[in-house]
Design a protein around this ligand. Sequence first.
Ligand code: NCD
Length: 360
Amino acid sequence: MIYNNLNLIDLNDYPVQWWEKLLSRAHDIIADPAKYSKACEGKIMGTLFYEPSTRTQMSFQTAMLRLGGTIIGFDNPATSSVAKGENIKDTTKIVSGYADVVVMRHPVAGSVKAAALTTECPIINAGDGGHLHPTQTLTDLLTLKEEKGHLDNMTIGFCGDLKNGRTVHSLIKAMSCFKNNKFVLISTPELTLPTYIKDMLCAGGHDFIEETDLDKAIDGLDVLYMTRIQRERFASIEDYEKQKGNYILDNKKMSHAKDDLVVLHPLPRVDEIAIEVDDDPRAMYFKQAKYGMFIRMALILTVLENTDKPAPLIVGSEHIHTKCSNPNCITHQETYLPHYFHGDGTTLVCEYCDERTLVE
Ligand code: NCD
């Protein structure tokens, strides 16, 4: 096992009790934000956004500013040394020597874990390609906890780009840790959930069905998590065009849903939720974005306190001659990275991107 700082790469690296501590801390912050206005005085957060972002970046930044800390970083790698060809290791190691905590978003799966191997301070995954987005999941959990009062016993529909939507992957993994949650996976056959996550649901005995028709599924849902089709992750614009506009939530569909449905969306929205739905009290996505700032305040505080036990970073071992089967894995881009896998002799699971590789 390799340990280092109190990083957040994948929420499932930590026990549910740790998430619950963050949720209750965020609840306290919402009740009295002024109490925390000097909690991170003298501390610096570095935000390294290699990919566009509005909510995640700004909510992290305002979270730190509201805690009395300061921020450095870039939101356009073209204006940093990345444009000169600097690798992830060098950029993140240097910034982690300047800052007390680093928040990183990158277009390639496993990139934040790769950085965490050598960073000198805690690093938080703000989205690594189509893989995971743990702080959006904390945002979603806080929204559900505050608005529904519980995180178990729910039927949760996920609709849209389930293949490439990292927020979907992270939230399904998290919600499967609470009792008696059922999943309705609504997508076209081309954009279904990655096999490794479906295998995880099967292995855990979780109840899930795949559905192509939102109309058919909506009346049984307690939560509907809408997502945009992730244009930037498609191989061609033609492939994207075939998928866009397939699912649009409008007032007509909402009229068949439960009165206490909660509609979530990580945002940005493209066309998958009609503007008319915004006035429906069940539409929770703008409130959800605000909860994101409070949970990130709780997370920054917790990470900087540094009293919790860090999750192990690598649980497997190095396989020098095995290459990850996922072409979108960071190990193919940053070729100096050790090839870490866990699992048995024939199926190895990549420690960076979680995809499986069969070995002879
Ligand atoms: C999401 C993301 O970046 O994965 N946005 C966000 O962080 N709120 C969802 C998306 O881009 O569709």
